[in-house]
Design a protein around this ligand. Structure first.
Ligand SMILES: Cc1ncc(COP(=O)(O)O)c(C=O)c1O
Length: 444
């Protein structure tokens, strides 16, 4: 492309300058999809259209867009204390936020380590798990176990434990990790909510890994309570409970990655509470600050934190952290976000809307190409039969057409994912379902 204006006042040189993440750059830059503002449930595009947000941005704007309370809190914090060194010094808001968050988590997941993203949260949790066993005098417990189709961000720990091979294989050897099979079973197709079949048996595949590697060498198992990025893959009933039991029996830490499921997506604050399973470590990001300012947080059970609190008191107990851990502006955004969740009872709203959402999305069952529909809370996935020789293209085309028709969704492989902000109105749920229905009728 040459240097002439090509779109929305952007020159082709400007378009080319930004190497976009997880994006077909050439495809995007040939016809950019640009948002210029957002309010409530809608984005405004650079070409002057309104687009209903059916994906909470990217699983993160749970309270909708343009929340003045968050903007005001951020502005005030920036004016008052723009930055405070993260190591060896602090600021009061991070402690208040940590306590408030700890009060929201189940059990004694009461110690909070702040970071800036889901990827950082994943690698932080994996490092804590290994360091924990070392602190307990069992340094041989270092192996990590993930799950096929799992997504734990893009840093080296996360891509190792993660099971989306496309995110890993380009980058050469990562950590040597074992993977459980995913829980997408044909007999559970078109389940509404948690699938019935195979829960305990799928969890018991951990016994194969234990037999292969020895529990004495395994530090932790990391899973998403339900896999989001790979297309809302739900745990069959009893799966997480059995996984927890096995981890407990074999002294293996259980890590839940709640970057997507945390902060209300299931109708409870955390999936750990919703599914009644208490992990040892729990990672979050996204909805913690409504996506307005980057933030992540890892929750550890008290016993894990306590294991580190020994040795000379002036020496950092965990040699880990980020310049922007507990950034004051992110803390302010998170505080304001939690206020909104609480005052507007948004997690209860997810529970109220979930049956309507489920019925609307499962109404697409008989549309052409649909081979599975999965849902929980305000998350759903419609899986399409891949087009011969063009995997991923059918869902991509459907999502791009939805965008043209004013609805933002996401595709991953041949799956269309839906995860709207919790402020969505029932009529807007219908709009999403109807738009998809119309598109699928004509999709080739
Ligand atoms: C379960 C899970 N973990 C980790 C991440 C990575 O988060 P981030 O993109 O903030 O690094 C994501 C992002 O979608 C996620 O869904």
């Amino acid at each position: 492309m040459s240097g002439i204006d090509s779109f929305a006042g952007l020159s082709s040189d400007e378009l080319n300058a930004h190497w976009m993440p997880f994006t077909g750059n050439r495809h995007f830059k040939a016809a950019p999809r640009l948002f210029v503002s957002a309010e409530g449930m809608h984005y405004a595009t650079a070409d002057g259209r309104s687009v209903l947000d059916g994906f909470s941005g990217l699983w993160c704007s749970n309270a909708g867009h343009g929340r003045k309370e968050i903007a005001d809190a951020v502005a005030q914090q920036l004016a008052n204390l723009d930055y405070s060194p993260a190591f060896q010094f602090g600021h009061p808001l991070s402690f208040k936020l940590a306590k408030r968050l700890a009060d929201m988590t189940p059990g004694d997941l009461n110690r909070v380590f702040f970071c800036n993203s889901g990827s950082e949260a994943a690698d932080t949790a994996l490092k804590i798990a290994r360091a924990y066993w070392r602190a307990k005098g069992r340094p041989e417990k270092i192996r990590l176990v993930g799950r096929a189709q799992g997504y734990h961000g893009v840093n080296f720990g996360g891509i190792s434990v993660g099971g989306m091979v496309g995110n890993r294989k380009t980058f050469g050897p990562a950590l040597d990790v074992d993977h459980l099979p995913h829980t997408l079973l044909p007999e559970n197709r078109f389940s509404r909510g948690l699938p019935e079949h195979g829960g305990a048996a799928m969890a018991e595949r951990l016994l194969d890994v234990i037999e292969l590697q020895g529990a004495e060498n395994i530090a932790a198992v990391m899973v998403e309570p339900f896999a989001g990025s790979a297309g809302v893959i739900l745990p069959p009933k009893g799966y997480l409970q059995r996984l927890h039991e096995l981890c407990d029996q074999h002294d293996i830490l259980l890590i839940f990655d709640e970057v997507i499921t945390g902060f209300g997506r299931t109708g409870s604050a955390f999936a750990a509470e919703e599914f009644g399973v208490l992990p040892d470590l729990l990672t979050t990001a996204k909805g913690i600050s409504n996506g307005a300012i980057p933030m992540g947080a890892v929750f550890a059970r008290e016993g894990i934190y306590d294991a580190f609190m020994r040795g000379p008191e002036h020496i950092p107990e965990l040699a880990h952290g980020y310049t922007y851990s507990a950034h004051p502006v992110a803390c302010a955004a998170a505080m304001a976000t939690l206020d909104i969740y609480e005052q507007e009872k948004l997690f209860d709203r997810v529970k109220e809307l979930a049956p309507k959402f489920e019925a609307a999305l499962h109404g697409l069952k008989d549309c052409p190409h649909v081979i599975d529909i999965r849902n929980y809370g305000l998350a759903a996935a419609i899986q399409l039969q891949p087009r011969d020789g063009e995997p991923g293209k059918r869902a991509m085309e459907a999502v791009l057409e939805a965008y043209n028709r004013g609805v933002l969704l996401r595709w991953t492989g041949d799956t269309i994912a839906v995860a709207p902000p919790f402020i969505i109105e029932p009529a807007q749920i219908e709009q999403i379902a109807q738009t998809l229905k119309d598109i699928l009728q004509t999709t080739t």
